[in-house]
Design a protein around this ligand. Structure first.
Ligand SMILES: Cc1cc2nc3c(=O)[nH]c(=O)nc-3n(C[C@H](O)[C@H](O)[C@H](O)COP(=O)(O)OP(=O)(O)OC[C@H]3O[C@@H](n4cnc5c(N)ncnc54)[C@H](O)[C@@H]3O)c2cc1C
Length: 433
């Protein structure tokens, strides 16, 4: 019997350690340095954060998603999921554990498709946590549909020259290099005519026009860049994977990124549920605790059930990825997880906010941040609607139309078939049914 919902004891000990470490040592960073996990280290931050990273390495929990040859632990996605749901409590935690987006996804594709030179130049320092990276795919005229992309890379001698616009390139302003998706052959299908390039951020022509901020951030002081690539020259060696392989690489990149977000979302949703329960047990009104009110009990029970369903689905999908080592094969479940993720976080955070009354809506509590994060999750790495379509398409592949006029489960036909099947055993009376 292979199904097993237990974590092996050795790893559980590591998770217990991580849980305490994140709560005690890492979560305070979120208050000290909010929204700064992608800002290059200065001496003050180094003094605090370097020892924390060292401790994580000593515990052998650094970059658990990558193999030992790449500086990670090679634990795979299931163990990463169990760790990430702890890290999801804190924006800084992924950085301290070497598993922060978008770098994990970027590291994965360089690990999969990079040449030894590319790995040495980009992957090693990325894994050391010394530099940041950016994934530059979405364009202003179309994000959800890559067939709309216009950014071009044209061969010029032994160089490629990139021209075009990219939008919402997260962390471009602090990244040391960008992974840019560009059309290299407009005469074939976009699925075969685009390629990926590793572009150092200081290459002439990489012009950040605006750093778009999310809601609540200062105008033009956000982390999501509008970039104009203007005659950006890169050598042939900047091509990641083969020419025309961008779409396949993107699926690997996004498959990993999506499931990692989902893992962390479990942790964030659990945090909201924890706060909801604490408040319900702490606040007295109309003669009893909030915990005694049936509406509030309903919030708690619904949240728990929603979170458990989501958690099991994420863990199952992570297990599938480890088993098949092929994101494409697990695409349906990754998309389905991506579809439910924003709703789970939104619903639980919303209920937790409601249970906190007016306090819940203030900037002294984190709920609006969580609800906003849920909105972002419905778009980043592809809109919910597109993922729903993927799930449906993939599911429908396993079905075929019914023969004839009636559905295959049409009861009159079924009854006739059942009678025929057992005719030799049925007496006359039953046969007249
Ligand atoms: C916080 C954040 C970070 C991001 N980081 C990055 C990054 O690092 N790199 C990067 O390249 N991109 C990044 N993105 C961009 C993201 O991938 C795109 O926003 C996403 O692909 C949607 O593209 P769009 O915004 O152009 O929306 P559109 O493509 O304009 O879609 C808008 C809406 O139209 C509907 N829609 C679109 N297509 C369909 C369809 N086929 N069927 C039904 N309805 C549809 C949906 O409701 C969708 O929400 C980020 C986005 C966010 C919010």
């Amino acid at each position: 019997m292979a199904w097993d919902f237990e974590t092996d004891q050795e790893y559980q000990k590591k998770l217990d350690w991580a849980n305490e470490f994140v709560r005690e040592e890492v979560e305070p960073l979120d208050r000290l340095f909010p929204h700064q996990q992608f800002v290059p280290m200065d001496d003050t931050k180094r003094k605090i954060i370097d020892p924390l990273k060292e401790e994580v390495r000593r515990q052998e929990l650094w970059a658990t998603h990558l193999g030992p040859d790449l500086g990670g632990q090679g634990f795979g996605q299931l163990k990463l999921a169990l760790l990430n749901e702890i890290l999801g409590r804190s924006p800084w935690a992924s950085t301290v554990f070497g598993t922060q987006a978008p770098d994990t996804g970027n590291a994965e594709i360089i690990a999969h498709y990079g040449t030894p030179e590319q790995k040495e130049r980009y992957l090693r320092p990325l894994l050391e946590g010394e530099l940041f990276s950016c994934y530059s795919m979405t364009e202003p005229q179309g994000g959800a549909d890559p067939t709309q992309f216009k950014t071009r890379a044209v061969k010029d001698g032994d160089e490629w020259v990139i021209n075009g616009w990219k939008y919402f390139s997260s962390n471009a302003k602090t990244a040391s290099f960008l992974i840019v998706m560009a059309v290299t052959n407009p005469d074939v299908s976009p699925y075969k005519g685009m390629s990926m390039f590793l572009v150092p951020a200081d290459t002439p022509g990489v012009n950040i026009v605006r750093n778009v901020g999310l809601y609540g951030e200062r105008l033009n002081d956000g982390s999501h860049a509008l970039i104009h690539y203007e005659d950006v020259h890169v050598p042939e060696a900047a091509l990641l994977g083969g020419e025309g392989q961008a779409f396949v690489i993107a699926q690997t990149r996004l498959g990993g990124g999506r499931i990692h977000h989902a893992m962390r979302t479990i942790g964030l949703s659990q945090k909201a549920l924890d706060m909801m329960c604490e408040r319900a047990l702490s606040r007295q009104t109309a003669g009893s605790l909030l915990a005694d009110k049936q509406f509030v009990q309903g919030y708690i029970a619904d949240s728990y059930a929603q979170l458990m369903q989501f958690r099991l689905f994420v863990l199952y999908t992570a297990w599938e990825i480890d088993k098949y080592n092929d994101y494409k094969r697990v695409r349906k479940d990754i998309s389905a997880v991506k579809v439910v993720m924003p709703t789970v976080l939104h619903d639980i955070a919303w209920r937790a906010m409601q249970v906190h009354g007016a306090l819940g809506t203030t900037n002294e509590m984190p709920f609006f941040g969580m609800i906003h994060a849920a909105g972002v999750m419905g778009l980043a790495d592809g809109p919910t609607e597109v993922h729903k379509a993927t799930v449906a398409r993939q599911l429908l592949r396993d079905y075929k139309p019914s023969d004839g006029m009636w559905p295959s489960e049409w009861i009159p036909d079924k009854l006739d078939a059942a009678k025929a099947r057992f005719a030799h055993l049925l007496d006359l009376e039953v046969g007249n049914l």
